[in-house]
Design a protein around this ligand. Structure first.
Ligand code: TRP
Length: 334
């Protein structure tokens, strides 16, 4: 009934790292062969927390460049910028009126992000999942590749679609399926295997940036925290050692294999040998992408033409959907 269509979003909060690449972008590249895909740079999500106006546009271009540099074909797919397609915010407001306070109150990411500062965070941070549902449903997307941490937001998206369909006695929206990305869905910090790799970690050695050069990658992997035990001989042992397991998962994701296969391959090797091989894998994947991102960022006209064509293509799908929604609700069309 609904065409299989993929949509996902990445926030332009600056400084893309290995977690963004392996956890999201690499999987987007793989999906483009089989499905119609929309990949959105979600700047309106980014501003739910303060963003420096001097940097935001640059960061939006950076994520767009990273999509292209990683191999997402801008002709075959729709690569675009959320704030340029107004239908997202039109639908988000409607979803603010569909979603219930109780549903949003349960969102663990909001609780984590707001922490003790609940009275002082933006209303946007609270309503964020409604905008995310709008990003998806304005295209009637059916499949959404995300990391583990976004699963709850996708459940909310299903609840919103269902309630809208019920309330307006219609079948406007599909009930989406999450595509939880298998390989290295979660890349952890190189300093603490229990913490997600993050651009806000104080230690630069906790993460590999897409812009890191050969020397820096070598150094960061050499310094990556491990323990003094030999390389694990089975998955069970490996999983008990979060830092080592993280490096194994990264190697697996880079080489399209599984942690089990990596463990087999390096059985009986020194940890230092494995680390060298990991650095080599990282360098051969990350370095060309970093270089291509820079090249694209220096050709702003080309990049902006991709962004603007993407917005046109996105609008041509989104506009009929917002009209359909207005109609169902009883809003007059413009
Ligand atoms: N919330 C997602 C994140 O922080 C980003 C996002 C916004 C998204 N809209 C989306 C992801 C729609 C998938 C689909 O990672």
């Amino acid at each position: 009934m609904f065409v299989k269509r993929i949509l996902s979003g990445v926030q332009p909060t600056g400084d893309l790292h290995l977690g963004n690449y392996l956890g999201a972008i690499k999987n987007f590249v793989a999906l483009q062969n089989d499905y119609e895909c929309l990949y959105c740079v979600v700047d309106l999500h980014a501003i739910t927390v303060w963003q420096d106006p001097k940097m935001l546009a640059q960061h939006t271009r950076e994520v767009t460049a990273a999509f292209i540099a990683s191999g997402i074909d801008p002709d075959k797919n729709i690569i675009f910028n959320q704030s340029q397609v107004h239908e997202h915010t039109q639908l988000a407001w409607i979803f603010n009126c569909v979603a219930r306070m109780g549903w949003l109150n349960r969102m663990t990411q909001f609780k984590d992000k707001a922490g003790k500062n609940k009275e002082n965070v933006s209303v946007g941070l609270f309503a964020y999942p409604n905008l995310m549902a709008a990003d998806i449903l304005i295209y009637k997307a059916t499949h959404v590749p995300v990391g583990e941490d976004q699963k709850q937001h996708l459940e909310l998206c299903r609840d919103i679609a269902q309630k809208f369909n019920n309330d307006f006695n219609s079948n406007v929206f599909p009930i989406i399926e999450p595509v939880i990305m298998k390989q290295a869905a979660r890349v952890m910090s190189l300093r603490d295997g229990k913490k997600k790799m993050s651009k806000s970690d104080v230690s630069e050695y906790s993460r590999i940036m897409l812009s890191d050069d050969v020397d820096l990658i070598n150094l960061k992997i050499k310094k990556a925290k491990t323990d003094s035990l030999p390389f694990p001989s089975n998955l069970n042992d490996a999983q008990k050692r979060p830092e080592v397991f993280n490096l194994i998962s990264i190697f697996a994701a880079l080489n399209n294999s599984s942690p089990e296969q990596v463990i087999k391959k390096f059985n009986n090797s020194e940890l230092s040998y494995f680390k060298n091989e990991l650095s080599d894998s990282l360098i051969s994947t990350i370095e060309p992408i970093g270089k291509e991102i820079n090249k694209l960022l220096n050709d702003k006209n080309y990049l902006d033409s991709i962004i603007s064509t993407g917005a046109d293509k996105a609008r041509s799908i989104a506009n009929p959907v917002i009209n359909e929604v207005y109609n169902k609700i009883g809003l007059l069309k413009t």
